[in-house]
Design a protein around this ligand. Structure first.
Ligand SMILES: [Zn+2]
Length: 129
């Protein structure tokens, strides 16, 4: 008897999770949850989902952050999201040297300040017209 036994890796997007900042493409981003499933195949049919892994992906630059299960299970809690945001920041800044790190943090602060100021600027311009 020949048993056709195989393995298939499948990755698919699940849903957007939360907004934060990506130091890789230096933009505000919404991290999207992706899941990788490994299937055991019998005769070309997906039979047993064998292993899941969760990832957060920046849609802008496709930076991938591996999301541990413990965090995934509490993903809807505000505190967990903040912790994940911090973990992504740490991972993205770790390979940088002190100068690059400071530069990237300043860039983010400036961008966010500009974002917050924008509505006031528009009002001011309206007043001038
Ligand atoms: Zn990015």
């Amino acid at each position: 008897m020949i048993i056709n036994f195989g393995w298939l890796k499948e990755t698919r997007p699940i849903r957007p999770i939360f907004g934060s900042y990506c130091y890789h493409c230096q933009k505000s981003t919404t991290w999207h949850l992706w899941r990788e499933t490994e299937w055991v195949m019998f005769f070309g049919i997906k039979t047993i989902p064998f292993l899941w892994k969760n990832f957060l992906v920046c849609p802008g630059c496709e930076y991938v952050f591996h999301l541990p299960w413990t965090r995934y299970l509490e993903i809807d809690s505000e505190g967990t999201r903040r912790a994940i945001g911090d973990a992504i920041e740490k991972e993205q800044l770790r390979p940088k040297n002190e100068l690059q790190r400071r530069f990237l943090l300043t860039q983010r602060a400036e961008r966010e300040a500009r974002g917050k100021r924008a509505p006031d600027d528009q009002l001011m311009h309206k007043g001038e017209q």
